[in-house]
Design a protein around this ligand. Structure first.
Ligand SMILES: Nc1nc2c(c(=O)[nH]1)N[C@H]1C(S)=C(S)[C@@H](COP(=O)(O)O)O[C@H]1N2
Ligand SMILES: [Mo]
Length: 313
């Protein structure tokens, strides 16, 4: 199989597709079609400065192999071991797929996968992605800024948070039959975090559709936060006024907070978070110093001005 790597994809190849998709109907229901959702579809060459800055900052990172990315995973719906998701996710069916959108927004309903991704830009970025167990990989995700999607639902002034829910399908997800966590997996962001251009709705990796073990067909990537915030196989997006519950902070509140910003100065109760193991760096995996906000401080630190990051971990 030919795998098209992001470096090989010229912007000129991406833009026409983006504009083509703009013409597609984003919404099936009549009420939605009349709500003006098809306007302002982002078919323009102007790039937000922050996105450009991020790309520059990431160009010196060497991506992990597709093998690393698809064989070392956390996806408890398919088992607890890092090698379990690759082994036990083969029967999972990411198509057809739909996402329910509800809560504090003018436009709500259930949308097909094609409607969700159809009109949006396919950004090509490389993110250093870190996990709460202090390991990291560099992954060339394919996706688009989550905010571009959320804006289309016209969240109202009560929408202070965005909550996400993973599919509950025990027949295809053996880990859900054992109930090691309280499934379905749920996560949440503040509306400002969700709208930040670094927060991606991810549809693929290395130019191919997301493998099941990586959260097919739609998952988040929030590059300045620990891995567990990046919820996989999303079936529901809810705009809420109250801070939504999150699976890991429900399970062990003293260990995992709502914010979960990468912070080398705040230890996990059971391990230091000052350094991270670099996956794919060989048998004696090297460790490197973990950067505040995973190295994206310039872009995101302003979201937390005035917040005590030790208390709001
Ligand atoms: N639904 C769901 N999403 C999830 C998880 C999970 O167990 N279930 N694990 C999280 C954790 S702890 C990490 S580190 C990342 C791992 O993503 P990756 O396997 O693509 O590297 O997914 C996150 N999203
Ligand atoms: Mo994780």
């Amino acid at each position: 199989m030919l795998i098209k790597r992001p470096a090989d994809i010229r912007p000129s190849e991406i833009t026409p597709q983006r504009c083509f998709f703009d013409r597609r109907s984003f919404i099936r229901t009549a009420s939605l079609a009349s709500s003006g959702l098809l306007l302002g579809s982002g078919c323009s060459d102007a790039e937000e400065p922050v996105a450009a800055a991020i790309r520059e900052a990431d160009t010196d990172l060497v991506p992990n192999s597709l093998e690393d990315i698809t064989r070392y995973n956390n996806f408890y719906e398919f088992g607890l071991d890092k090698s379990d998701p690759a082994k036990y996710s083969k029967d999972f069916k990411p198509k057809p797929w739909s996402v329910a959108v509800d809560g504090e927004a003018d436009v709500t309903g259930t949308f097909d996968y094609d409607d969700i991704i159809g009109p949006l830009t396919i950004e090509e970025r490389v993110y250093r992605f870190r996990c709460v167990e202090a390991w990291s990989m560099v992954v060339p995700w394919n996706g688009f800024p989550l905010g571009d999607l959320l804006k289309r639902f016209k969240p109202n002034s009560k929408a202070k948070y965005v909550a996400f829910e993973t599919v509950f399908r025990p027949s295809e997800m053996p880990g859900q039959r054992r109930g090691v966590l309280d499934f379905p997996y749920v996560e949440g962001l503040t509306i400002e975090e969700a709208m930040h251009p670094l927060t991606l709705m991810v549809t693929g990796v290395y130019g191919i559709d997301l493998p099941n073990q990586n959260g097919a067909p739609l998952r988040l990537i929030v590059p300045w936060k620990y891995g567990f915030k990046s919820i996989k196989s999303i079936v529901r997006i809810s705009f809420t006024e109250q801070q939504p519950p999150t699976t890991w902070s429900l399970a062990t509140p003293s260990e995992y907070g709502f914010y979960a910003n990468v912070n080398p100065e705040v230890d996990h109760p059971r391990w230091s978070q000052a350094t991270e193991r670099v996956i794919g760096s060989g048998l004696f995996a090297k460790r490197q110093e973990t950067l505040m906000f995973n190295g994206y401080g310039e872009q995101v630190a302003h979201l937390y001005s005035g917040l005590d990051l030790r208390r709001f971990f």
